[in-house]
Write a protein that binds this ligand. Structure first.
Ligand code: FE2
Length: 216
């Protein structure tokens, strides 16, 4: 496990990398990298689990549309990548990140954790309980995602909501080549008929340093 300081440095490095990949015969397209943005928490919260809708010591639930976010992390041959730490961070229903540089004029939702982590299981699966991403001034709704393969530069990207019309005007989403934009989209749909909660699936395809070709 990388310590926090090391992770912050690596996140900074990853933030300036953008990936352009090409299709390789018989392999999957890798998920595009994106910048980490300025709001990665400088200090991770003590309650840092994979349920962002509850905060230790509080009885309330995060405001917003509760959503079950899950997926798999695989290599370009579709092989599961177990034991990988995956983190997400996002703003709360009021558009407020958990970061000291954030705009204090927006009310904070004290029941939203803001950041969480999970570790992929033997099948490369991960899961978070969070809220459907909310708008942030100047941005379309998004969730920041980082994966930490041991000994490698963290993989950093952003997840967007499929069919959200604000994606069309988002400079970061539109920086992705059209034919690769679907790789960063997750559909948030009702978990059950007439249920208020949503579920979304977001798979991540990583190039590997173990002999599989790098796509960029
Ligand atoms: Fe952001």
């Amino acid at each position: 496990m990388l310590n926090l300081h090391r992770r912050k440095i690596l996140l900074g490095m990853a933030g300036i990398i953008t990936t352009s990949s090409s299709t390789l015969a018989g392999t999957l397209l890798t998920t595009p990298r994106q910048t980490a943005g300025p709001f990665y928490p400088p200090v991770l919260p003590l309650d840092d689990d994979n349920d962002l809708t509850r905060v230790n010591g509080r009885s309330g639930q995060a405001r917003g549309i509760i959503s079950d976010l899950s997926g798999r992390i695989v290599d370009i041959n579709g092989r599961p990548l177990p034991g990988l730490r995956i983190e997400i961070w996002q703003c709360d229903v009021n558009g407020r990140y958990r970061h000291p540089a954030e705009n204090a004029s927006r009310d904070i939702d004290p029941d939203f954790q803001g950041h969480g982590f999970s570790v992929t299981d033997a099948l490369g699966r991960y899961r978070f309980r969070t809220i459907r991403p909310e708008k942030y001034p100047g941005r379309t709704p998004h969730i920041h995602v980082a994966v930490f393969p041991p000994g490698e530069t963290p993989f950093v990207t952003q997840l967007y909501v499929k069919d959200d019309p604000r994606n069309a005007e988002d400079f970061l989403f539109q920086s992705i080549p059209l034919e690769r934009q679907h790789l960063l989209l997750a559909e948030f749909k009702p978990a059950r008929p007439s249920a208020p909660e949503l579920e979304a699936r977001f798979d991540i395809i990583l190039a590997r340093n173990d002999g599989t070709p790098q796509q960029g």
